[in-house]
Design a protein around this ligand. Structure first.
Ligand SMILES: Cc1cc2nc3c(=O)[nH]c(=O)nc-3n(C[C@H](O)[C@H](O)[C@H](O)COP(=O)(O)OP(=O)(O)OC[C@H]3O[C@@H](n4cnc5c(N)ncnc54)[C@H](O)[C@@H]3O)c2cc1C
Length: 264
């Protein structure tokens, strides 16, 4: 990955949205434009001499139109013992950190005809769907029917269900460890697709799939090979579970990085 620009940022707020997901709202020193669906990489200090930082990617969770005025946002799934998510969960208002300029080509492509649009995501992948659905691009080209197949562990992680419903999406929560057995579909998103029965028009739909590589690979197989959906109608984003790329920072880059600075 090419680090074209390092951007110092200041934390505006850290808000827990559920017991496993929190958002970090921040202002970059230099405002930058991006497309809904893109991600930034955050410099996570390693407390080792080399490499000083690991770069972990996080999708920008709101579109540029709102980030510009309300602050930029990332949604982080907390993983106990996970270096990046632990570090980010300790940030407080006024703290500073460094990100790269935005990357990625996962974005909404308005469908040409009356196609359905189907988002398929798991908890950590929800940020890109949120940014896309809130974006002017999506709102101006709103598909007649939009579905969200949202995979989470339990009902609490499905906190976005009602939010997306208010935005007009038909949400199907797929919950692996439900506390209430009647809530949504009991199983993984891939279990839901495995049945081969869909509320949307399977062959006349565009699909946006965000999740870990195993999930994305399985969904691709189910849609493309089993359901014969045209590969060009399936847009994918892999959220790998390890840090996104390893790189020894050059002396110049280290100099540019904002040191981990706690506010008073
Ligand atoms: C393009 C891209 C976009 C991404 N966007 C986001 C985002 O918006 N929000 C987000 O939270 N993460 C996102 N990620 C993942 C993120 O970069 C980190 O990998 C993740 O936060 C884990 O880092 P960690 O150091 O906390 O845990 P690690 O030390 O890397 O992992 C600890 C353990 O948790 C497991 N694990 C790692 N990631 C996950 C996960 N997401 N869910 C469940 N278990 C996991 C690992 O298998 C490992 O066993 C994205 C990754 C990519 C490549």
């Amino acid at each position: 990955m090419n680090i074209s620009l390092l951007i110092p940022c200041k934390v505006k707020d850290v808000v827990w949205l559920s017991s496993t997901v929190f958002k970090v709202v921040f202002d970059p020193k230099t405002k930058f434009k991006y497309q809904a669906g893109q991600f930034v990489s955050v410099a996570i200090p390693t407390h080792r001499e080399r490499p000083l930082h690991e770069w972990h990617s996080y999708t920008l969770a709101c579109p540029y139109e709102t980030a510009e005025t309300n602050g930029y946002e990332i949604y982080v799934r907390y993983i106990s013992g996970g270096m990046a998510s632990e570090y980010l969960s300790f940030l407080r208002k006024g703290d500073e950190f460094t990100i790269t300029s935005p990357h990625g080509d996962f974005r909404f492509v308005p469908p040409s005809t009356d196609k359905d649009v189907v988002f398929i995501a798991t908890t950590s992948g929800i940020a890109s769907i949120k940014a896309i659905v809130e974006s002017e691009e999506f709102q101006k080209n709103k598909p007649a029917r939009t579905y969200l197949l949202l995979g989470t562990r339990n009902e609490e992680e499905s906190l976005f269900t009602s939010y997306f419903e208010k935005l007009g999406l038909r949400v199907i929560p797929a919950v692996t460890k439900p506390k209430i057995l009647t809530f949504g579909f009991w199983g993984r998103v891939t279990d839901f697709l495995e049945r081969g029965v869909f509320p949307w028009n399977a062959k006349n739909a565009d699909y946006y799939v965000v999740g870990n590589p195993k999930m994305v690979k399985r969904v691709l197989y189910q849609l493309n090979l089993l359901q014969k959906v045209d590969r060009k109608s399936i847009f994918i984003e892999n959220i790998i579970s390890q840090f996104s790329f390893e790189k020894e920072s050059t002396e110049a880059e280290v100099h540019e990085l904002v040191p981990f600075k706690k506010s008073a």
